[in-house]
Design a protein around this ligand. Structure first.
Ligand code: ADP
Length: 565
């Protein structure tokens, strides 16, 4: 008996042949880009199964012999095995190479397809002119296989990604693969619904929509091929070069068929020889470039891992400093207390000889207390645990307060100490008073420390249109552009100045100027670093200016009147 499908053969060819050709090209491309890569190999086999299905489907609409048609419909079930290779592909993509035993094990559920392929459990003919087919119980099993293996493959990729969130390549590939699956399903559902609706309403085009089913898979294949080969672009370059060189050689070689003239033949021979030599050279150099880039890529990946480990180590170190500093605080306070008690004569009269050493103990202890405070500040900054108590406060009041102490200190060093405050009081600013006080105090302290002659001037003024960009060093928030009025504090001195090269790194951790040690051996290089972090937490700006060594320095802070909302 022969069948009459009632569809035009041109529609059949138009929908199936392009799908087949595109898939063949994609498959060959995938294989060419990574012949030895299991990801590419499994994807290639997956595509091959689809090609088989398209051709089978094409012939099912052509072959009118009922028996042969049934045979084709039955062997179509083989296509489901493609999902096994999709699973292997997923494992390979996440870098897990399945051994042969496991592969066989995973293939076992596909055995029933072969056992029942030629029985009525699979497709059977229901007769009629259109050779309608019935799907037997095997198809329920097929649906379970499709769903199960697809979900299995997806979960292999997802679980791996959840464990390796920094694997951005896999993340992008996963996104593409998932959107491919989504589009595939969407296309299929749309076609099925369109077929259903049009058949129900007896539209003339009615039952022809489903001829477009192959394209759902083609869309998926294009996306998945792109997702995989995108990251193998180095090989693509090599393939392109090889194709170019070979076609050039073939082109020049084919000239021999057209030219009879001896001279021209010799010339063509020379051209061919040159093309071959340059071609070999070009391919070799591309290969070398690829090797270098691959090495670079490899190194970058290793560096990223090392970087990650360093960050963890750095966190552990901050934690350690924090704990150690806390532990140091108590005994230091005790030393300070007992030293002052001794000096005050609480433990009996203090003779002249002992006063000086005790004073030295006291001073050294003070330095240690300061260091511990700074280390604690740093570990707080770095772990993001620095707490701020913002309140409205006037900057001049802080400066006035500080000047009482520093006037005496400057006098001891025979330096002048001036303050220049605005006639009209500056508006109050929202700040953590004690922290801002600490920062300004450190600037003035430095100016006195690093000045031998002359003195120090502290100026407070209101600036109307200050603009700057703030980005926290340890917070990942985006930089904020500050724009508007600000209170500006300038601490200038006539001291040792700062060489141009030093200006840029004074505010980094543990950084000290080159000449500084001569003048003040005990500095830590932490004060400015802590200060910068505190000022930036207020969305302010701090920087240093100096005409050079021995020409004095200016340290400037700008604090915005309004904090960004
Ligand atoms: P410390 O003063 O403990 O070394 P700081 O972080 O406060 O640490 O300062 C870092 C470095 O900046 C100093 O070592 C010094 O080289 C330089 N510096 C700071 N203030 C001045 C200043 N007023 N004049 C010249 N150099 C300065």
């Amino acid at each position: 008996m022969t069948c009459d499908f009632g569809i035009s053969q041109s529609l059949n060819l138009y929908t199936h042949i392009p799908a087949f050709l595109i898939s063949v090209v994609l498959g060959l491309f995938v294989l060419m880009v990574g012949k030895k890569n299991p990801v590419n190999r499994n994807l290639f086999i997956f595509i091959l199964f689809f090609c088989f299905w398209v051709i089978n489907d094409l012939f099912q609409w052509i072959v009118v012999d009922e028996k042969l048609n049934l045979f084709l419909a039955r062997i179509a079930v083989i296509d489901v095995i493609s999902l096994l290779f999709f699973l292997f592909f997923a494992y390979a993509l996440v870098g897990k190479n399945l051994n042969f035993k496991k592969k066989i094990l995973f293939a076992i559920p596909f055995i029933p397809l072969f056992v029942f392929m030629f029985s009525d459990f699979n497709v059977s003919m229901s007769g009629g002119e259109q050779c309608n087919t019935n799907f037997g119980p095997l198809y329920w099993y097929v649906y379970v296989l499709i769903l199960g293996y697809t979900l299995w493959a997806i979960s292999v990729m997802f679980f791996h990604y959840r464990k390796n969130r920094h694997d951005f390549k896999l993340k992008n590939q996963l996104k593409l693969i998932m959107s491919g699956i989504f589009l595939d399903v969407l296309w299929f559902v749309t076609i099925m619904s369109a077929t259903y609706i049009s058949v129900k309403n007896n539209y003339s085009w009615g039952d022809k929509f489903f001829m477009f089913t192959p394209f759902s898979m083609v869309i998926f294949l294009i996306i998945i091929t792109y997702a995989i080969t995108k990251y193998q672009f180095l090989n693509i370059k090599l393939i392109a070069t090889q194709v170019l060189v070979y076609s050039l050689i073939i082109l020049i070689g084919s000239q021999f068929f057209f030219i009879q003239n001896r001279t021209n033949q010799i010339l063509n021979g020379v051209t061919l020889l040159l093309a071959i030599i340059f071609g070999i050279f070009l391919i070799k150099s591309v290969k070398a470039e690829i090797r270098r880039k691959e090495e670079l890529q490899d190194m970058t990946e290793k560096l990223a891992i090392a970087n990650d480990q360093l960050r963890k180590l750095d966190n552990a170190k901050s934690e350690f400093i924090s704990i150690a500093s806390h532990q140091l605080r108590t005994p230091l306070t005790a030393i300070k207390g007992y030293a002052s008690l001794i000096l005050e004569g609480t433990y009996g009269e203090v003779n002249q000889g002992i006063t000086e050493p005790i004073n030295k103990i006291y001073a050294s202890n003070e330095r240690l207390v300061q260091l511990v405070e700074e280390l604690l500040n740093i570990s707080k900054i770095e772990s993001g645990k620095m707490e701020f108590n913002f309140e409205k406060h006037r900057i001049e009041d802080i400066v006035k307060d500080l000047s009482d102490t520093f006037v005496i200190l400057a006098k001891d060093k025979k330096l002048y100490f001036n303050t220049e405050l605005p006639e009209e009081p500056t508006p109050e600013v929202e700040i953590d008073t004690s922290k801002i006080r600490e920062v300004i105090s450190n600037l003035i302290d430095n100016s006195i420390k690093y000045t031998r002659r002359g003195g120090v001037n502290v100026k407070v003024e209101l600036v109307k249109n200050a603009t700057w960009k703030v980005k926290h060093q340890f917070k990942s928030e985006k930089p904020v552009i500050m724009d508007g009025a600000a209170v500006k504090i300038t601490v200038s001195d006539t001291g040792i100045g700062i060489p141009k090269d030093d200006l840029s790194y004074l505010f980094s951790k543990f950084s000290r100027g080159r000449d500084t040690k001569r003048l003040h051996a005990n500095g830590t290089g932490l004060g400015l670093y802590v200060g910068k972090n505190i000022i930036e937490a207020h969305h302010g700006k701090i920087w240093a200016e100096s005409e050079g060594a021995e020409k004095g320095s200016r340290f400037i802070i700008e604090l915005p009147l309004e904090q960004p909302k």
